[in-house]
Design a protein around this ligand. Structure first.
Ligand code: NAG
Ligand code: NAG
Length: 493
């Protein structure tokens, strides 16, 4: 979980970007460039025999091999990736039903290393403590990906334990690795960890409504806030991934209730060029100036005009009553998450088929025993220790949860409903705490470069508003097309 003021390259990363940049492939005398190819481009290339999944996977494997020593974004590559690619190619050749029905068929995907896969890959949340643990089954979202024919290419690095071991480590640090490479990826968010890295890497992130996507088999912080969502290069790629991963999973009860939000016909129908037309979009100026740090004001002022030009009505100068408590203090959220983490992580560890660690107490002992490997002296494990000291949801936690519920209602839901908004816009991922505490969805889209550093614009809605958010995000993306492929020459290794 990255707090808004300390996020940087937290969970996923530079993913495809690097990956897709070089490939030019010649088949039957025709050329197809993998560089910047979207899922639609790739499916078209598959269809016209310009590309196979094997070639696509080989391309990524080469890029990972070439760049990962510097980027350290991929913790593990799936040893079965080429086998899975061959299988997809065979299904396509023999016109198996699965091959024609899914946008993700034959498409390689990296998933964050806190998302369980029951295959040769380890699932460790970036920590050595879980190396050698055996998960009972694929995470719910991975089952859906496999059913759709996607190829699990590997595991992407993350801040160890999703940044819930301590707040002393650099964001993005894990003892096992740190940066990335694929067509599309999955991240997870408790507060900002999809939206924030997407914003900083000039890619699109969708943070779904809490419960819309299954959290079963995901190393948790708290199911009250955790969610799984796509990080991709384009809004359409992200919508295609969401179409596959959203929905009921019997191992996550919240998915049943949230499944009523899934629109008939899926999310792709909301990829509308005129998606901004008629939308009422709220601006809370305080979000653009958190702790006195203004967020690239000229870039966002320009985009207020982009939104207006697209036909949106801006409702400006909105206020959030408990702004400081939510954004500067954050103590209610920390208090609640601390106790919840202990409950949820203990459950996760107990359900593993085999594991060197079975409880939060074991994790703390593991870190102490392997202090050098896990850099315990340097980065600490304060959040672990605080969580271990909690004892369920007591009076302090109840009070904190009540506060959060009150903030969610007074500061966000009421703001949106009273002003009849379709979304609140915010710089970078600054809207994330409001979404986190209300279980609401958000989408971030590349919005420009501030001194060369990518910045995103995020759209926040209410529970179940993914269709509207996808409309607005797509309208904005098509009107701006700001994302540039990353230039490796600018990276200093
Ligand atoms: C999983 O971890 C074990 C133990 O370190 C290692 O031998 C194995 O290669 C890892 N799996 C993959 C796919 O990297
Ligand atoms: C940003 O906030 C600081 C105080 O936190 C204030 O002094 C400053 O005027 C604000 N800047 C803008 C552009 O609103």
């Amino acid at each position: 979980m990255e707090k808004p003021n300390l996020h940087h390259f937290s969970s996923l990363l530079l993913v495809f970007l690097f990956t897709l940049s070089l490939g030019t492939r010649t088949t039957a005398g025709r050329k197809f460039s993998i560089r910047e190819a979207t899922i639609d481009d790739l499916q078209l290339a598959f269809k016209h025999n310009l590309l196979t999944s094997r070639q696509l996977v080989q391309f990524y494997l080469r890029e990972i091999k070439r760049l990962n020593p510097f980027l350290r974004a991929v913790i593990e590559v799936n040893p079965d990736a080429l086998y899975l690619a061959d299988k997809a190619d065979y299904e396509r050749k023999t016109k198996a039903p699965s091959a024609s029905h899914s946008k993700l068929h034959g498409i390689p995907i990296l998933v964050k290393d806190n998302i369980a896969t029951k295959d040769k890959l380890n699932t460790t949340a970036g920590s050595y403590a879980l190396l050698g643990s055996v998960v009972p089954r694929d995470a719910g979202v991975v089952t859906k990906l496999r059913n759709a024919g996607a190829i699990i290419l590997g595991k992407a690095s993350l801040s160890e334990w999703s940044y819930w071991r301590s707040n002393g480590a650099p964001s993005g640090w894990s003892a096992r690795a740190a940066a990335n490479l694929a067509t599309v990826t999955l991240g997870t968010e408790t507060d900002g960890s999809i939206l924030c890295p997407s914003s900083y890497n000039s890619v699109v992130g969708i943070k779904p409504t809490n419960g819309l996507t299954s959290r079963a088999g995901v190393v948790p912080i708290s199911l009250r806030q955790d969610t799984v969502g796509p990080i991709c290069r384009t809004v359409s790629d992200a919508a295609y991934v969401l179409d596959v991963i959203a929905g009921i999973d019997q191992n996550d009860v919240a998915t049943t209730k949230a499944s009523r939000y899934i629109p008939k016909g899926g999310y792709a129908q909301f990829l509308r060029r005129d998606g901004l037309r008629g939308k009422r979009i709220g601006i809370v100026r305080a979000l653009f100036n958190i702790s006195g740090q203004t967020s690239s004001t000229p870039i966002y002022e320009k985009h207020f005009n982009t939104l207006r030009k697209g036909g949106a009505v801006l409702v400006d100068n909105l206020k959030i009553p408990h702004f400081d408590e939510i954004y500067s203090d954050g103590s209610s959220e920390t208090t609640a998450l601390s106790a919840e983490f202990k409950i949820y992580i203990n459950t996760y560890l107990k359900e593993l088929v085999a594991s060197p660690v079975r409880s939060l107490a074991d994790l703390i002992a593991f870190n102490n025993k392997n202090a050098k490997l896990e850099k315990v002296k340097e980065y600490g494990q304060g959040r672990f220790l605080e969580a271990e000291a909690t004892n369920g949801i007591g009076s302090a936690e109840k009070a904190a949860l009540l506060n959060l519920a009150r903030f969610a209602k007074d500061d966000y839901v009421n703001l949106v409903t009273k002003n009849k908004l379709d979304a609140v816009v915010a710089p970078l991922a600054k809207v994330s705490p409001l979404l986190a505490i209300s279980g609401s969805p958000g989408v971030v889209v590349p919005a420009g470069y501030d001194d060369g550093v990518p910045v995103g614009l995020s759209f926040g809605g209410l529970r179940g508003w993914e269709p509207k958010l996808i409309e607005m995000a797509y309208g904005f993306e098509q009107a701006t097309k700001i994302r540039k492929p990353p230039s490796l020459t600018k990276l200093k290794f």
